[in-house]
Structures are given as C-alpha cells and as structure tokens.
Design a protein around this ligand. Sequence first.
Ligand SMILES: *Cc1c(COP(=O)(O)O)cnc(C)c1O
Length: 481
Amino acid sequence: MNSERKQHLRELPSANLCLDHPEVRALLRAYPRQRVVSAVRMAIGQMRIGLLQGQLGWLSRNELLVLAVSQVRTTLLGQACEGIQRVINATGIILHTNLGRAVLPEVSLEALVSVGRGYSNLELDLTTGKRSSRQAHVEGMLAKLTGAEAALVVNNNAAAVFLCLHTLANGKEVVVSRGEQIEIGDSFRIPDVIRQTGAKLVEVGTTNRTYLSDYANAITASTMVLLKVQRSNFHMVGFVASVSCGELAALARSRGLISMEDLGSGNLADLSRFGLRAQPTVNHSISEGIDLVTFSGDKLLGGPQAGIIVGRRHLVQRLAKNPIVRIMRIDKLTIAALEALLELYLDDEGLVEALPVLSMLALTQPELEARAVQLASLILDNVNGKGNAAVIDAEGEMGGGAMPGIKLPGKAVAFRPGHRSAHQIQTSLRLVGSQPPGGCLLPVVALVDADQVVFHLRTLLPGDEAEIVKALAVVMGGPST
Ligand SMILES: *Cc1c(COP(=O)(O)O)cnc(C)c1O
C-alpha cells in the first residue's frame, strides 16, 4: 500500500470521536445506543474500504468526520421499522385511510385492552348463564341511537353492503342511479360488488340527473332492491338532480320492494354545530323510511373498523341467518371498542371532547394559530439555524370518503430546510421511527408544498409537536434537547 493511503487511513475518525460528535449525541437521544454504535462502526468500516480501494478521494480529517456522521444518520434513518406502529399525522386529513382512519376515543382503548387482557362475556348472557350473541352488546344501543328496529355489525362497510345484497337480492335486480356508480378506492366499485353478490345491476338515470320516475320505470317482476349510494369521495355540482331517501323509500314501499342506502361515512351526530354543511345522518335515512342503512365504523362515526347495518327487524334477521355472515364477523376487540364509542353518543354534551374525530373538527382558527406559533418557535430553537419555519394558512379536510369538497380552513407550520430539499426531509421524517424497545421516535407524515415541509396542526394529538421537533432535529442534525 502506498504511504499516502496509509497516511490517509490514520485520518479516519475513531468510533469514540464519532459518538462524541454533537449530531451523533442527538441521535443517541433518539435511538437505542446499540443501534447508533453499530451504525458508527459500519460507517467507519465502509470509509476504510473506500480509502483502501481508492474510491474515496482525499479528504481532511474533519471532512472524514462529517462524512462519517452523515453516514450514521443515513443508516439509522434507513432502518425504519417494518411493523405497524404509531405515526404522527401532520397532513391535516382527519380520516386518512392510509394512516388508519379514525383515532379511537380513550374509552374505546380502555375497553379493548380490558377485554383483550382477560376473558369476556362475548357470547355469554351473564344473567342466564346461557349462550348469547356477540351482537347483543351493540345492537340495542345502535337501535336506540339511530331509531332503527334492529342492527347487525360486520367487518367493514364493504362487507355490510355485500351481505345485504347477497342475502336479499341474489338472482334479483338491484336498481341504482348512474350518478352513484362509485368507486371507493382499493377496488371497491359498486357495480362490481353488486355483480359479486349474484344480483343483477340495473342502472337508471344519467351521470348527473336521476329522477324518481327513472327508478319507477325500471321496476320489473325481478326487482328486489332500490339502492342509494352516498357519493362519499366526490362532489357533484351544476345541473344535477337526485332522488331523496324519503322518495326512494316511499316508492319501494308502494311496490313491495326493499329500499337500501349505503351511507359510507354515515354519522350519528349533527355536524351543523361546526358551521358545516349538513351531512347525511343515519337517523335521517331511517326516519325517512329507508329499510336498511349501512355505514362504516371508522369514518365520521370515529370508531374502530366495522360495517354497521341498521334497519327493519325482519330484514336484519334474514341477514344474520346468512351463513356468509360468519366470514365477516367482527371480533371481541372491535365490539368492545364500538360499544364504548356508542355510549359516548348517548351523552351529547361530552361527545365532542371525548371523540378525537370531532375534537379535531371542532378546533378553531385561534386555537390552531396559537399551537402553530408555538410549534414554529420550537422548531427554530432546535434546528440550529439550518432552516426557517413560519406559520401559514392551510386547508385540511375530513378525508376517508367523508364530506367531499368541504375544506377545513386551518393553520400549519411551513419549514424551509435551508440547502436541503423539502422532499428529502419529508422522506427522512417518515423514516425516523425506531422500533421498541428503546425506540423513542415516531415517524412523521408531513406534506410538501413549494419546497417547504408542511405540518398541519389540526390532526396533531397532544404531545405530537414535541415529537415533530425531536424528529426534525435528528433529520436536520440540530441539537435536540
Ligand atoms: C367507505 C365506503 C365504503 C367502504 O367502507 P369500508 O368500511 O371501508 O369497507 C362503501 N361505500 C361507501 C359509500 C363508502 O364511502
């Protein structure tokens, strides 16, 4: 080996020197020590190979240290955990399907932990000591809250729709407006689902306008169901017309048919108190006479993933007897969480505060602004002048196929990361997560706009601001206290 290379090798930093570097010390506060140490050893080892093989040009002692430190950070950030874990939602989208939709209320979490930790009366009637139905825990409350005669809960709303049509319309015709032939995403397309149930889809009306007479004229001896589908993820404006659930229910009744509504993000609370355009409620559809209404548990309702069916008792009884219901049954944890959630709806006073989905929706501009100002200043204190942070106006949305077209005015912190690109920082923020035990950083999901990383305040939970600051300090190499 030539002496120049030998000399160069002696300039490589030691592991201890790296571990003592302020940026690595910040990493040590965020990651388990063992992981940082092995990342340091790996960085030095790779640089040694680079020098020996001549791939690494001549660098000063200090430049080698800086390179090693940046290599350590890259290694740690690249080891993002593969398993499911909590993440911070800074997107301003309250029901983000990719991020798990609704954040559960505390009472639901307590209920599912308690039921999961031991045995439960899942299918046991404690009064009689006899076998009972798991549905009994939620059916009564659902009926009470929606005004329906009976209820049945399955795995998700897609399953609920499938179960209804498979049970009631197999081999028969289901009439749906052309304006409601929707796709929800993840390949849930109303026409495909209907075909899979064995029912025959009969389309009526046009894309933008469907009248009651369209439904009436389509009814044949084979017709069984008149189906209405909520346009949950898009919004139709202009020259449009559709039939109200009351009209559809009345037509079905007069012709001896079943009226059904897939309400998607159907909810139980009146959201007009938030100054929002009225959203379809389950109670409204039931009171208008719809025979069966289906909706999701984890959309506007704000609970666990579930498909809830409410409506006429004789129809719900037929659904419960369909053998296919076993394939889509909900587990005890969901029942526990859902039951606790529904109890919240019995008390209208405390509802908004207790239900994260509604608390987020209820946040006012001054509240969001105050939190944004605080986050911006925390960020500036912790990134060592390596970027700039400012409070901006930013619109969020409900998401998850709820309240399409409605923007929620809000506040965000826009971070301009000095000489690095916002996309690079956005990616690194997603990768900072470290797995327990010892892991103490949560991945942060933020947005990018105009080369700034944008953190929306509305979807942050208490304590999330501190997590964002910690993660950003690690990613930017700031001090992180
Ligand atoms: C979201 C949605 C579904 C699917 O509900 P999941 O609970 O996600 O299965 C079905 N129909 C409509 C109208 C929806 O908005």
